[in-house]
Design a protein around this ligand. Structure first.
Ligand code: ADP
Ligand code: MG
Length: 316
């Protein structure tokens, strides 16, 4: 058993968010157990520590100045987990290919495309695209919390933005400004126009001036309310739409894989028309849960259709 002293230190480092110290005490406990001959518990503690280091979707600590603004993830998502139109997929593949071979193109004075606007209706895969790009490039994903970024004081907001952009220089990664209309939209409104316009302009300038190796993604559900001045700052705009017949079929196949019954999907697809990827995914998960809880091996067509109809009534 760990000593009371060790437990106390563990608690202290936990509450102080001191991960390094927490890990080092955990390893001390493991060593302590090993010395006492408790090899298996020592090994278990060690592998828990190892696992947390290489964790799939783990939040780690950041520079103190932006840690309340930016969340860090280490996603393991891949592009092939996404059902996308040919156009969107090839644009994403191009970003990945250019990034991987950026040295090669930079020798000729060219830059890889890395400032990207993702636009489209909710639930069509914009946020998860950021995870997939980070996963494919084995880069950390930094998600900027837009609500925390915006303050009433222009000077403060711009300073916070500057901190985030400075971080891009020192911490290479994929930076996601999700639902980023929060900045852009304000420009069109009448109240506080002056302040918000200055914030937006600061943001545009930061994007334009940025020469880091990081990938910058802005995601928006509502491109129409964004000022066209925003678009010119991006290397590419990727538009997400609800899935077509073929994409619905692939999506259901992907989400239910081993659990799909041997029936034609035509009826299910017809019911799914007009729903987003996220809504269809949720319907599949609902059907899957009910199937598993009923100890059945496959999701029945009736159940799947019922779950999709449920989603539709929630929606409309
Ligand atoms: N194109 C897609 N392919 C596969 N799954 C998707 C897709 N779009 C959305 N999903 C599913 O729906 C969830 C929510 O999607 P999300 O990326 O948050 O949408 P958005 O950011 O466009 O609102 C995802 O985590 C994923 O499970
Ligand atoms: Mg999103």
């Amino acid at each position: 058993m760990a000593t009371a002293e060790q437990i106390k230190s563990l608690l202290q480092s936990h509450y102080k968010n001191d991960d390094d110290r927490f890990t080092s005490i955990a390893l001390q406990v493991a060593a302590h157990e090993a010395r006492k001959g408790n090899m298996s518990i020592a090994q278990e503690i060690k592998s828990l520590v190892e696992k947390s280091k290489s964790g799939g979707f783990k939040i780690i600590k950041l520079n103190r100045d932006v840690s309340d603004l930016v969340l860090v993830f280490h996603p393991e998502n891949r592009l092939n987990e996404l059902i996308l139109s040919e156009e969107v997929r090839s644009k994403l593949e191009r970003i990945i290919t250019e990034y991987k071979q950026r040295d090669k193109i930079q020798k000729f004075g060219l830059n890889n495309r890395r400032k990207i606007l993702l636009s489209g209706i909710p639930g069509t895969g914009k946020t998860i695209t950021a995870s997939a790009i980070a996963g494919e490039l084995k880069l950390p994903l930094y998600v900027i919390m837009m609500d925390k970024l915006m303050t009433k004081y222009m000077g403060e907001t711009a300073a916070k933005l500057r901190d985030v952009f400075n971080m891009m220089q020192s911490n290479r990664g994929v930076y996601l400004f999700d639902e980023f209309d929060a900045i852009g939209a304000e420009r069109a409104r009448d109240n506080e126009v002056g302040e918000m316009r200055r914030v937006l302009n600061a943001f545009l300038q930061f994007i334009e001036q940025d020469t880091s190796d990081s990938i910058i993604l802005g995601a928006t559900n509502n491109i129409k309310i964004l000022d066209s001045a925003l678009f010119r700052r991006f290397d590419d705009i990727i538009t997400y739409t609800i899935p077509n017949t073929q994409e619905i079929k692939e999506l259901i196949g992907l989400k239910l894989s081993g659990f799909l019954g041997k029936y034609k999907l035509d009826k299910v697809i017809k019911e799914s028309k007009g729903l987003s990827h996220a809504e269809i995914t949720n319907a599949c998960n609902d059907a899957l849960k009910e199937t598993i809880l009923a100890d059945k091996k496959t999701v029945s067509q009736v159940l799947l259709i019922r779950m999709i109809q449920d989603r539709k009534t929630n929606y409309l």
